[in-house]
Design a binder for this molecule. Structure first.
Ligand SMILES: Nc1ncnc2c1ncn2[C@@H]1O[C@H](COP(=O)(O)OP(=O)(O)OP(=O)(O)O)[C@@H](O)[C@H]1O
Ligand SMILES: O=P(O)(O)OC[C@H]1O[C@H](OP(=O)(O)OP(=O)(O)O)[C@H](O)[C@@H]1O
Ligand SMILES: [Mg+2]
Length: 280
């Protein structure tokens, strides 16, 4: 059985569970379960703190896991990123009191609070900056400056509203663009490739739609240029020899623009339908 680590709590837990369910796996029924087996799919799930998942996978105790890229890098574990999973996006940034810092060099010799000392320490060392101290906190890092335990912070930023409320401003370069990732121990386990294909199928189903339309043959080239699809559009004959029917996958986000463009160049019966599952 493939042993999979899944976030038990926090920002990533719900979406990860939902994605696995959409990929056909049976997860836990009780939110307090720590472990569940899905023998039909040949997998076992272990529900762990997202911060610990890289440690379990890196040590080889578990085969693959879902966690944040920032948590993976912070852990210093031997686990490696297999693929991004299209959710849990965040950036990791430095922040300080308004106007107090303009760039990284300002961090020389000051106290920086963070829950990610591995990630931040490596980043600063890589840029030749030596803070006086990395103050390790578990959360609510933004309060550290107001409460006087640090001069600046380095933390996850999503909307930026927590920083604003704490009277802090972002400065310096982006430390990391993070997202939820599938990680592995580097050993190819049977079932891991299937898991990845299934998760990627869920991503495709979420991000793409199927587009069908009819178009006069004379405009086919322009129409397929407007919506080229993944490989090549499917073109089928119609009873009227001057028209063809076309089917293509397009990004959901482009759907209305593409439909407008196709209509303008003479396509009709333009229909969009959802994709429920896919293997590309
Ligand atoms: N708005 C957000 N706040 C916190 N983490 C986020 C956010 N958006 C995405 N993430 C990602 O979620 C992961 C952190 O999840 P984790 O469960 O450890 O912390 P959390 O969501 O802050 O939970 P808690 O603070 O309750 O422990 C990181 O990879 C982080 O980049
Ligand atoms: O940019 P924003 O949209 O405001 O989100 C970012 C904030 O959200 C997270 O905190 P969380 O709520 O998880 O609390 P914590 O600090 O205790 O982890 C993160 O640590 C930031 O503080
Ligand atoms: Mg948090």
């Amino acid at each position: 059985m493939l042993r999979i680590a899944v976030p038990n709590k926090g920002s990533l837990a719900e979406t990860a569970a939902q994605m696995l369910w959409e990929a056909g796996y049976t997860g836990r029924r009780d939110p307090r379960d720590l472990h569940t087996a899905d023998p039909r799919n040949g997998v076992e799930f272990f529900y762990l703190r997202p911060r610990d998942i890289a440690t379990y996978v890196g040590s080889g105790a578990l085969d693959v896991g879902i966690t944040g890229r920032d948590l993976l890098l912070d852990s210093g574990s031997d686990a490696s990123e297999i693929a991004p999973l299209g959710f849990g996006d965040s950036t990791f940034r430095f922040a300080g009191p308004a106007g107090a810092f303009t760039d990284l060099t300002g961090l020389e010799g000051v106290r920086v609070a963070t829950s990610y000392p591995g990630l931040v320490g490596d980043f600063l060392a890589g840029h030749g900056v030596t803070p006086a101290k990395l103050v390790k906190l578990d959360g609510a890092v933004e309060s550290a400056v107001r409460l006087g335990v640090a001069d600046a912070v380095a933390d996850v930023v999503s909307t930026g509203s927590t920083l604003r409320q704490a009277g802090l401003e972002i400065f310096g370069p982006v430390i990391l663009d993070s997202t939820a990732v599938l990680i592995g121990s580097g050993i190819d386990k049977p079932g891991a490739a299937t898991l990845l294909r299934r998760l990627q199928g869920v991503l495709v189903a979420r991000q793409y739609v199927l587009l069908d339309y009819d178009v006069p043959v004379e405009h086919l080239e322009r129409a397929t240029a407007a919506a080229p699809g993944f490989e090549s559009p499917t073109v089928s004959p119609l009873h009227d020899p001057e028209w063809v029917a076309v089917r293509v996958m397009i990004p959901r986000a482009d759907m209305n623009h593409v439909m407008d463009e196709l209509y303008e160049l003479g396509a009709r019966a333009i229909l969009v339908s959802a994709i429920h599952a896919a293997r590309l």
